[in-house]
Design a protein around this ligand. Structure first.
Ligand code: HSE
Length: 416
């Protein structure tokens, strides 16, 4: 029997309690008010997490409170005192995994985190177990439901980002402060964990190139559609010899690609593996019961391994600081690019832009001129052939410096 101590009675914690019914040894939350409904149902409750962790009533700490500082302290204390840990806290693991996983390994304890990436999609266990017969060559994932919801609705309804964001907040699909989601930070936390698992080396999320979706316009999405694509915020991992290419940015995804049909709040992880080939895992990326289902799966797996006496934790060497991945700098990556320049409608500007691109050895695949709402301005859209990022950035900086350019230019990569 596994004695569970749970911290956090919010959306996911509430879902876990609902699924497990009475099988929780102690429920802990910040205030008496939060624990009162559970006390009334006969649960042992606490408002003192340190006491619960230090005591002898639990075998596993389920941390569902979120945040950095307190959960870090609780998890390290739980491991020090011989308790396993189950958490959904991707931000904490991405930031402090290098402290948490080595301590767990030293103590022979498990830290399970299926719910941290992709909600109910069992991608962590797939990478740690089911896919061990193959090497993951590349991974592209939609792992932020807020962004996918906003981009899907912009595409479906032709609306601008700000309008959809406000509506998403009204409907509860976006946080009151959506910065972590829309600027790609949440996706970077999750991409760091997935890239670490795929590569077997610690991928530091602070070194991942991140670009969010707040500058994507209705026009970008309309042009993507004309080109047979949709726009998705992707977390990307690729093996590049001994190095790891890990990044998060919006991408033009061809409509025939499996990821293009993953819409609204759904998440998906698309993998290309040497032996297996292609595979797509998709499902709910957030929400009470889908995420709770992943937490409960971790608990069942833990209960099985402790029941059989096989307490050996999974190897976590991939998260040691000494085992850090060398990341490919974004300047060394290459892609086909969508560039949208907003210019005064002046004679010769197109020639100036194409000259800058030619001077930087950038080959143009297509050029389209589009009207914008303001009659004095035009959008000049350029699709490049495969181009090195450093060359592209130099050229776009030079275009931005032209007197005719009236807005910072838009740059979106095509999914390779
Ligand atoms: N905020 C995340 C999302 C869910 O929008 O997908 C939790 O990981």
């Amino acid at each position: 029997m596994l004695r569970i101590g749970l911290i956090g009675t919010g959306t996911v914690g509430g879902g876990v309690i609902q699924i497990l019914e009475q099988k929780i040894a102690c429920i802990c939350a910040k205030s008496e008010e939060e624990v009162a409904p559970y006390k009334a149902k006969g649960y042992k409750v606490s408002t003192n997490a340190d006491e619960m962790i230090a005591g002898n009533d639990i075998d596993v700490l389920v941390e569902l409170a979120g945040g950095y500082n307190m959960p870090r302290k609780w998890i390290l204390a739980a491991l020090e005192s011989g308790k396993h840990v189950v958490t959904a806290n991707k931000a904490l693991l991405a930031k402090y995994g290098h402290e948490i996983f080595p301590l767990a390994a030293k103590k022979g304890l498990h830290v399970l985190f299926e719910a941290a990436v992709g909600g109910g999609i069992p991608i962590i266990r797939s990478l740690q177990e089911g896919l061990l017969g193959s090497t993951v060559e590349s991974l592209s994932c939609i792992i932020n439901g807020t962004c996918n919801y906003i981009l899907s609705r912009m595409a479906e309804e032709g609306l601008d980002f700000d309008v959809v964001l406000k509506d998403a907040q009204r409907l509860g699909f976006a946080e009151a402060d959506p910065t972590f989601d829309i600027e790609g930070i949440d996706s970077a936390h999750k991409t760091a964990l997935l890239a670490s698992l795929c590569s077997g080396h610690r991928v530091d999320f602070e070194k991942i190139f991140v670009s969010g979706i707040s500058k994507i316009t209705a026009q970008d999405i309309a042009i993507a559609k004309e080109l047979g694509c949709c726009v998705k915020l992707l977390g990307i991992y690729r093996r590049d010899g001994e190095r790891v290419d890990a990044r998060v940015h919006p991408c033009f995804v061809p409509l025939e690609h499996q990821l293009a049909s993953v819409n609204r709040v759904l998440n998906a992880v698309y993998l290309q593996c040497d032996n297996l080939g292609e595979t797509l895992q998709t499902g709910a990326g957030a929400g009470r019961l889908p995420t709770a289902s992943a937490v409960v799966a971790d608990l069942v797996s833990l209960a099985r391994s402790t029941d059989t006496g096989s307490r050996k934790a999974l190897p976590m060497g991939w998260f040691n600081v000494e085992n850090s991945a060398t990341l490919v700098p974004i300047s060394e990556t290459s892609a086909r690019y969508y560039l949208r320049f907003t210019s005064r409608d002046a004679c010769g500007v197109l020639a100036k832009i194409t000259k800058i691109l030619a001077d930087n050895n950038i080959s143009i695949e297509t050029i389209i001129q589009k009207d914008v709402n303001d009659p004095g301005k035009v959008s000049i859209v350029v699709i490049t052939e495969n181009t090195l990022d450093s060359k592209l950035t130099k050229a776009v900086d030079a275009v931005n410096a032209l007197p005719e350019i009236v807005e910072k230019s838009q740059v979106i990569r095509f999914l390779a």
